[in-house]
Structure formats: structure tokens, C-alpha cells
Design a protein around this ligand. Structure first.
Ligand code: HGY
Ligand code: MN
Ligand code: MN
Length: 408
């Protein structure tokens, strides 16, 4: 029976997981960092060692091909990470995909549609998110690129130039959707559902929509001692208001699947005896319903304006990421289900509450995702973990899914 080689897959996961290691035992491989570049070199070498043709496109997406021909069945995910993240988020999908191609090649299996491995650039959003898959699907336009920066202000143009790449050419990475038969991504669930129900395989129904904004309140720098409380234009109070009332808004008007998160706040001049003149926060909404997501975004925008007016502040809102929920393709879900049944594995249909490249590819081609359990539901943390048995079962479901889609 055709199955993955777990030992080889685990060795790859641990080797890649050692690149960008943090003292806390996590990994930090933000896109275009030195650690990311080392991981890229490592992956290109593993692709070549597997006898595949390795290629990097104009957006830095990494590919591995064995047989010529089109349309292709694609398999992959990302190898960049959040700061101090885990070793499975992204690499599991790329390295299980590599293992599947190795096994199919080793067995000399000829397929109607060739398979292609992909590792997309900047899924995690060091530079906003989905740079590679946006370029691959034609969403990224040249006009967007000069303003793309990381949270410290580094432009992606400069970050890529450090490694000899011209970011302005990234739109050349666009692939004709007619060349993509299907895309499958194996990923950790990053939540508690599969583990709690002791189910090894998740079949993703749809992937969550995300709205991420940079909201800046501007007030007036004043002396912390001589300025009466009633005369202040304290920008940080505007931000604090939005953080608390934005949460109330989403809890009141959203659903069980609604999320609002403020992950970054930056204050200027950030001096203890000066009333804050400026406060910038990231304000992120998530929802499975596109309509509700848009409504929560509009109401949040109105709330920010109301807060600024009430506090004598100015407010500006910059869009960082706007991506709608995307349903998984029925044909891909059916192939995953058939693979799980062939392996005698129980499965659960569930939504993906994390964003994934599959939702970007899924707007241009047939895409689907396989989930495996996360211990304690933890992710984006050094505590991220998935047991060997779950890794092996997920990779075998991926293998049989790819064979079905590539044969049909
Ligand atoms: O933010 C996300 O949901 C994904 O991990 N990038
Ligand atoms: Mn991921
Ligand atoms: Mn992630």
C-alpha cells in the first residue's frame, strides 16, 4: 500500500523547525528575514534531493515539479512563521506535500495530471499577508507594492532587494488558473475542536474572512503635570476606547464565529511625562459570513470616528488586509473524504478560523484543506504540537487525495 515515510517527514519537520529557533523553543522566520532565507535554501535543497525540478517565481514562491504537463494538481502551504511561532504551522503542509511527491516518484506512479509542490511567500503577514499567493493568483498589482511595509516600516521592496529580488516584478508570478486542476493544503487545525472530539481528520468547509486595519488616533502632546485632565487631547484614550467598545460591538452584533483582535499598539512620543499625541493599533475582524464581516467593519469604522469626535481627536484608518471567506471546492472535499474513508479514519467537517493560502488560491481554482489536531488547540506559540500519529494520518490522507485528483 502506498503510504508516506513518517520517519523522513518528521526528520524534515525537525530540521526545518531548527531554522530560526528561539530561546523559548519556537521559531521566528518572518518573510525575507535571514532565517526565512536560510529556510528557503534548505527547502530548495530538499526539493532537488527528492529529484524534483526546483523553481522560485518572481514573488519568491518556491515550487517543486516532477513531471511536465498541465493542468497540475498543487500541494503546499508556507514556510514563513509568526515571531516565536510553532514548527508545524505551514511546514506541515509543505513537507507532507514533498513527502507525497517523493513517494509517488519512488513508486514510479504515472498520473494523468502532474503534481506540483508550492511554498507561498509571506502567508503570515510580516508584510501584510498572502504576498506570494496574491501574486500567484493575480490579486497583487504593481501599484500596491511600493506601499507594502512591515510593522517597523521596512518596505518589501527593500527587504527583497537585500536578497537580489525586485519586488516590483512580483506580479509576473501570476499563474493562469486554467493550469491549476486543484490545490490541496494539509494544515494543523490551530484550535481545540478535533482534539476535543478525538477525531484525526478535519475536512475544511470554508476559510474565514479577515479585515485587518491600522487605526491611528491623533491628539496633542502636552505636559503630563501642567495640563488639566479636561484640556487634554489624549490619543491613547481614543485607542483604549476603540479596543473596549470594538469588542462590545462584535460581541453584541456578531456570532459565535466572530472575532476582533488588537494585536499591536504603538504610542508616540511614548514618553512617561508627555500626554500621548498619537496611538496606532491593528484592529482585526474575522467572520465566516462575508456579509456580517463587511457590516462589522463598517460599524467599527463608524465607532472609531465617533470616539475621535467625542474626544477631540483625529482618526485615520489604513487597510492592511481585506480577504473574504472562501468555501472549499466540493470536488476537493469529496476527494479528501474518500481518502479518509479508504484509510478507515473518522473525520469532521469544520470551518477554518485561521487564514490560509488555500482561501486565496480558492478564488481562482478548486482548493481544499485537510486539518489534523493541535494539542490543547495551541498555535502561533512554541507550544504548538501535533502527535506523530496525527502527522502520519494527515499526510496519508493528503497522499490519497492527491492521487485521486491527479488521476481524474
Ligand atoms: O492569521 C492567520 O490566521 C494565519 O495564521 N496567517
Ligand atoms: Mn498557516
Ligand atoms: Mn499562522
Amino acid at each position: 500500500m502506498l503510504r508516506v515515510n513518517l520517519g523522513r517527514l518528521k526528520r524534515d519537520l525537525l530540521e526545518l523547525g531548527a531554522i530560526g529557533r528561539t530561546p523559548e523553543g519556537g521559531v521566528s522566520r518572518p518573510s525575507w528575514s535571514d532565517a526565512d532565507m536560510e529556510a528557503r535554501r534548505w527547502l530548495l535543497e530538499r526539493i532537488a534531493a527528492a529529484g524534483l525540478e526546483a523553481r522560485v517565481d518572481a514573488a519568491g514562491n518556491i515550487f517543486g515539479r516532477w513531471q511536465p504537463g498541465r493542468p497540475v494538481v498543487m500541494v503546499g502551504s508556507h514556510i514563513d512563521s509568526v515571531p516565536n511561532g510553532g514548527i508545524f504551522d505551514g511546514p506541515l503542509g509543505v513537507l507532507a506535500g514533498l513527502e507525497c511527491l517523493r513517494r509517488i516518484r519512488e513508486e514510479g506512479i504515472r498520473l494523468r495530471h502532474p503534481l506540483e509542490l508550492v511554498a507561498f511567500t509571506d502567508e503570515e503577514g510580516a508584510f501584510g499577508g498572502f504576498f506570494g499567493s496574491y501574486a500567484f493568483t493575480g490579486v497583487l498589482k504593481a501599484g500596491d507594492i511600493p506601499s507594502i511595509r512591515d510593522s517597523k516600516g521596512l518596505r518589501i521592496v527593500d527587504a527583497m532587494a537585500r536578497h537580489g529580488m525586485d519586488a516590483m516584478r512580483a506580479p509576473e508570478a501570476c499563474r493562469n488558473p486554467a493550469e491549476i486542476r486543484a490545490y490541496v493544503e494539509l494544515h494543523i487545525e490551530q484550535g481545540p475542536v478535533l482534539e476535543a472530539q478525538r477525531i484525526p481528520i478535519g475536512i475544511v468547509e470554508a476559510i474565514v474572512g479577515i479585515r485587518r486595519y491600522g487605526v491611528t488616533f491623533r491628539g496633542r502632546a502636552d505636559h503630563a503635570g501642567t495640563t488639566p485632565m479636561k484640556d487634554r487631547k489624549d490619543a491613547l484614550l481614543g485607542a483604549a476606547d476603540l479596543i473596549l467598545r470594538g469588542r462590545e460591538l462584535v460581541l453584541a452584533l456578531g456570532t459565535e464565529a466572530s472575532r476582533v483582535t488588537v494585536g499591536i499598539i504603538q504610542v508616540k512620543p511614548a514618553v512617561g511625562n508627555i500626554v500621548p499625541a498619537e496611538a496606532t493599533l491593528t484592529y482585526e475582524l474575522r467572520e465566516q459570513s462575508g456579509e456580517l464581516l463587511r457590516s462589522l467593519a463598517e460599524k467599527s469604522r463608524a465607532l472609531a470616528t465617533e470616539i475621535a469626535s467625542a474626544r477631540g481627536l483625529e482618526v485615520s484608518i489604513q487597510t492592511i488586509l481585506e480577504i473574504d471567506p472562501v468555501p472549499a471546492a466540493e470536488e476537493v472535499k469529496a476527494a479528501i473524504l474518500a481518502a479518509a474513508e479508504e484509510l478507515g479514519l473518522t473525520y469532521l467537517r469544520l470551518p477554518a478560523m485561521a487564514g490560509h493560502d488555500a482561501q486565496v488560491v480558492g478564488r481562482a481554482a478548486k482548493a481544499g484543506m485537510i486539518f489534523v489536531p493541535s494539542r490543547d488547540g495551541r498555535s502561533h506559540s512554541p507550544l504548538e504540537f501535533t502527535a506523530d500519529e496525527d502527522v502520519e494520518q494527515g499526510a496519508n490522507v493528503l497522499l490519497l487525495t492527491l492521487l485521486r485528483l491527479a488521476a481524474g
